[in-house]
Design a protein around this ligand. Structure first.
Ligand code: PGA
Length: 385
């Protein structure tokens, strides 16, 4: 497991969105071999989605051959309700990108037979070849999707009763009234998330610090369902400094040192997106030995990061590749456009693109909210990333 620590939620959002963009571009999805993405709701991913829309507008990524599965949905809340997760996904992402409606999958919390709806979802995931990358957030009680404490670590998509802590946390979206918050949800299971080929979790804020510590410093435990990431062969948590407040200093230093060693002594060019060492050139090896005889000793002592090499996001940002044409690759034209890292381009405030129309015929859970792009969080405009 990798733990990437960034200064604040903005940096976490940029890192995460940039990672998703790179993974999609590297995968080179086609109609026959789409990139299958699991996606969360909640306040944490909002700025991630804003960046993804921004990348799309800049032609740095296309979602034409991406298939999505949302993690969860309230039971009994009309899909047109502004707080339904269907509305949320359209408002923050789907209405602004070129994702095809037939590739959007959401749970229908108003289905007559909820158990059958959950089974349908699991089957659909299998049908498309499984989830390539599951992006997720967590609750302060360590839940992943709506897998509250006590959920089976083998669980699949099902109906779940929300923990009182979650109902309280979500009351902010319902005018602070806990009575208005649905108490049941459909959610992918812990097992569904584990089955994804890669899991990327975003965790920000001091209120999630205990959960992060429980989940990565203690044993795998159904009372902290996120802890299951310890068993996943390809899991990454991206968190901010506040979320690390309950971690041991040693843990924080360890994960920071791993990133520094990879960046400085091994070289970013030799590290695959998923963090493994993919190659090592002879010049890289000589660089290693001239940089330090004992990389871990240097790191423990606090390696001084070369500022020109320290912004992995900005450099990785320039790294995305133009996708080659192939016979069944109908991704359209991606250009290797230059992209400024200051994020100050506000042109994306206008997201009333023609892709809004796509939402109208979604083959899955129908949700046509027709939200305009004005919901892009103002705070993200002028982001320094
Ligand atoms: P949040 O919710 O992003 O709004 O904190 C995440 C969750 O409860 O899973």
């Amino acid at each position: 497991m990798r733990l990437i620590i960034r200064e604040d939620p903005k940096a976490v959002a940029y890192y995460t969105a940039n990672y998703v963009r790179q993974r999609i571009n590297e995968f080179k999805p086609t109609r026959k071999r789409p990139f299958v993405l699991g996606l969360p709701t909640g306040s944490t991913p909002v700025e991630v989605y804003w960046h993804l829309v921004d990348f799309y507008k800049r032609s740095e990524v296309t979602f034409r051959n991406v298939v999505t599965f949302s993690m969860d949905e309230y039971v009994g809340l009309p899909q047109s309700h502004p707080e339904s997760y269907c509305s949320f996904m359209h408002r923050h992402l789907y209405d602004h990108i070129d994702l095809h409606p037939k590739n959007i999958h959401m749970l229908n919390g108003n289905a007559e037979d909820l158990a059958a709806e959950c089974q349908r979802y699991e089957e659909k995931i299998k049908e498309v070849g499984g989830i390539e990358l599951f992006l997720g957030g967590i609750g302060p009680d360590g839940h992943i999707a709506f897998n509250e404490p006590g959920s089976s670590l083998e669980s699949v998509t099902r109906v779940k009763t929300l923990a009182y802590e979650t109902v309280l946390a979500n009351a902010r979206f319902f005018g602070g009234d806990v009575n208005k918050v649905p108490k049941l949800a459909l959610t992918v299971g812990v097992g569904t998330v584990r089955a994804a080929r890669e899991v990327l979790l975003i965790i920000t804020g001091a209120h999630k610090a205990v959960a992060l510590a429980k989940c990565i410093e203690e044993g795998v435990n159904h009372m902290w369902t996120l802890s299951v990431v310890q068993l996943h062969p390809s899991a990454m948590i991206v968190c901010d400094e506040d979320a690390t407040l309950e971690l041991h200093v040693k843990t924080v230093r360890y994960f920071k040192s791993i990133e520094q060693v990879q960046e400085q002594l091994i070289g970013r060019q030799n590290i695959s997106l998923k963090g493994s060492i993919s190659k090592l050139t002879s010049s890289d090896i000589s660089h290693q030995f001239s940089a330090a005889t004992d990389p871990m000793a240097s790191s423990a002592a606090g390696v001084q990061v070369d500022p020109s090499n320290s912004d992995s996001e900005s450099s990785a940002h320039d790294d995305y590749s133009t996708r080659p044409e192939s016979e069944d690759d109908d991704v359209g034209s991606l250009t290797d456009s230059q992209h400024s890292d200051n994020g100050s381009d506000t042109s994306n405030a206008d997201m009333s693109s023609s892709t809004n129309a796509l939402a109208a015929s979604s083959s899955d859970a129908q949700c046509t909210t027709g939200f305009s792009g004005s919901s892009v969080p103002a705070a993200t405009v002028g982001s320094p990333f």
